[in-house]
Design a binder for this molecule. Structure first.
Ligand code: GLV
Ligand code: GLV
Length: 328
């Protein structure tokens, strides 16, 4: 019998997977942006799939792989691209990469605050376009950051690290989360608010919740209208958490002051309308894109895939029900 097959959907990941090759036949897709058709064919016969957040891994993909499929190891902390229920039903483990991108994503949130409030991207464009001709006292006046209020929606790992960095900048920090964490509040001097109170009081609203049915379009017209006209919205989570069309309207009509967006509703198509707005800073889903994080993510992805195949419960399992049944 040959070695069991692990299918890897993106050429970039190939270089991190040496340690899998001893025991497994590692088939790495030769390119980036695998098509649905190539994905359905590529996974055939595999016991493990290493996937990216850009690929929809649903029941059809699982069935195309075959009943020997044990694990879908997603190279991301978010796993809204995987139909977890379909995997659980088939006894397939789904895993992600939490913990190792906490700081990098939170750093990007703080970067958005600095760049937007201090108008750094606008200033950069101003100089490059040859418009700068000498110092003026009222040129590109921004907003100071100390004593402003950071509102964090979702106090997971990323939300917590963001809170700590914002405190270090001298900001007040308020948060909304399903569960209060009074110990964290006390230790870091942050305050719990209801969702609406947070929107009404924050100068920065930063989203650090996963995309679920509950959080889809969490930020729409009502929420943007509750925010202060001086406030900025930061989204480093998933695009569909914000109703993008309404956000564009809100930015055009100045319901809010600006937005820092690392994610978009359709990432293959960032609307011209949004790109044309001066009060936005837009990045191409790179909040977790540091060398340190990418390497650490690869290590976790490999651990997850081998643990699941070799009969150990993976540390970063998102559907523990699969293992409960095995243990019962
Ligand atoms: C990036 O968006 C991730 O979920 O890891
Ligand atoms: C993700 O890692 C989070 O818990 O925020």
């Amino acid at each position: 019998m040959g070695k069991p097959k692990i299918f890897v959907t993106h050429v970039y990941l190939g270089k991190f997977l040496e340690r899998l090759k001893e025991k497994y036949e590692v088939v790495v897709w030769k390119d980036k942006n695998i098509t649905r058709e190539d994905l359905l064919t590529g996974v055939k016969g595999s016991v493990g799939i290493i996937s990216l957040l850009t690929e929809k891994i649903d029941g059809e993909v699982m069935d195309s792989a075959g009943s020997q499929l044990r694990v879908i190891s997603n190279y991301a902390v978010g796993y809204d691209n995987v139909e977890v229920e379909a995997a659980t039903k088939r006894g397939i483990s789904v895993t992600n990469t939490p913990g190792v991108l906490t700081e990098s994503v939170a750093e990007e949130v703080i970067a958005f605050v600095l760049v937007l409030f201090r108008r750094i991207a606008e200033g950069d464009r101003f100089v490059r376009e040859g418009k700068y001709k000498g110092w003026e006292p009222d040129l590109l006046l921004g907003t100071g950051i100390k004593d402003k209020t950071m509102g964090i929606v979702g106090l997971g790992r990323i939300g917590r690290w963001t809170a700590r960095m914002a405190r270090a900048l001298g900001m007040k920090v308020i948060y909304f989360n399903r569960h209060r964490d009074e110990e964290f509040e006390e230790e870091y001097g942050v305050t719990y608010h209801t969702f609406d109170q947070l929107l009404e009081n924050a100068e920065v609203v930063s989203l650090s919740v996963p995309l679920t049915d509950e959080t889809r379009h969490l930020i729409g017209e009502r929420e943007l209208k509750l925010m202060k006209p001086s406030a900025i919205l930061i989204n480093t989570s998933r695009g569909p958490i914000v109703d993008q069309e309404i956000l564009i309207k809100a930015l055009k009509e100045k319901w809010i002051a600006g937005a820092g967006l690392d994610v978009f509703e359709d990432e293959s198509q960032v609307p011209e309308d949004l790109r044309a707005l001066p009060n936005t800073v837009l990045t191409p889903h790179t909040a977790s894109a540091t060398i340190e994080t990418r390497i650490a993510m690869a290590r976790i992805v490999v651990d997850n895939v081998t643990d699941a195949i070799e009969g150990r419960q993976p540390l970063c399992l998102v559907n523990p029900d699969v293992w409960k049944e095995k243990i019962d």
